[in-house]
Design a protein around this ligand. Sequence first.
Ligand code: RFL
Ligand code: PHB
Length: 400
Amino acid sequence: MRTEVAIVGAGPAGLLLSHLLHLRGVGSVVLERHDRTHVENRIRAGVMEHDVAALLDAVGVGARMRREGLVHEGINIRFRERTRRIDFRDLVGRTVMVYGQQEVVRDLIAARLEAGGTILFGAEATAIEGIDGERPRVRFRENGEEHLLTCDFVVGCDGFHGVSRAAVPADRITLFERVYPFAWLGILAEAPPASEELVYAHHERGFALLSMRSPRLSRLYIQCRPDETLEAWPDERVWEELEIRLGGAELGLRRGPVVQKGITAMRSFVAEPMRFGRLFLAGDAAHIVPPTGAKGMNLAVADVRLLDRALGAWYGEGDPRLLEAYSEIRLRHIWRVQHFSWWMTAMLHRFEDASPFDRRRQLAELDHVTSSRAAGRMLAENYTGLPFLEEGEPAWEDPS
Ligand code: RFL
Ligand code: PHB
């Protein structure tokens, strides 16, 4: 089997890249180890940056998002038993879109299949070979049989646990990592969200977050220990904790059947560089952010947006410069977002080893962010996302 660009992984990164390349007439094959139902029902991210939503619109996959997604003009931050609002529209003139990642994935799969694109579900990449030559190859297993996909470029969009990053010799890659001493327990509940906008709560018992997927589906998270299991958290206990941490009585938190429940570890992670000969890494395969800043899917989209342009320049004009610059351009933005995600995490969570001084300092920071326009703008600018520039780079100048 042969294609121009072999894409490993049908998450948001791999699917969007395949769609963007198709729009410019470059062929690709997407290999995905899970079946379509699994991929379409995996509940993960929920918040899209302003320009990420605009990009999905611009490339023809935003119609259902515009109908069903929720545009949010701000978020709430709760601490010291009080809720304060950060008004994005007022502070930076931008908004975010609340629309589930699995919906984005469904829309992208539908668009690719409708256009005759090739996504091989149940096809697990097992090895990547020849990345320093002109004909790299991906070995994959499908229905118990071994196959070979030959291509011009391999793009590893196979998430944190994928094979692409692992295919890079250890002496060519540097990994940066911070693992946090807590996790998030998340539930999806058939209950109308108690707030129109997200509520991020700092509480002495730990962080909590109220989010949503629709006017009838709430997505809620609480900070828990990283070694805890779901058995320790029956629904009743989760609701009680949510009520305490979110100020449930004041908020009018509504309970409903819990239709999904899971625990997610928290880490910050960056692999450098993101290019190794003809192998490129994109999305979670190259970097992980803790979910507090709602950035994971947005970074994945920003990676493939640039990669699409770079591959376009290579196939169109034979110009390799953007491909050569991919890693450097992306890492600069990725580290900005790493800082923001770490900062939100540090400000909002309970750290077991924090001293009384640390706790007072955390509250002072929350006061600052929710009362100073300058500090609020810093949060708003990062949360709604740095605007994309035409060259594919995110802007570094003040966008307002
Ligand atoms: P994905 O989505 O993990 O997709 C990788 C795909 O590769 C497949 N794969 C393979 N296929 C073939 N052969 C192999 N050997 C393979 N190995 C793996 C996998 O099956 C999978 O289909 O990576 P991608 O595309 O880079 O997308 C990244 C995002 O999924 C991720 O960053 C976000 O979900 C993170 N995230 C959030 N991001 C946001 O932007 N906003 C949010 O509000 C937000 N909230 C979250 C989150 C992630 C969470 N969890 C569960 C990690 C909330 C949570 C709880
Ligand atoms: C979500 O809705 O899943 C969500 C929202 C905001 C975050 C993280 C997750 O910061």
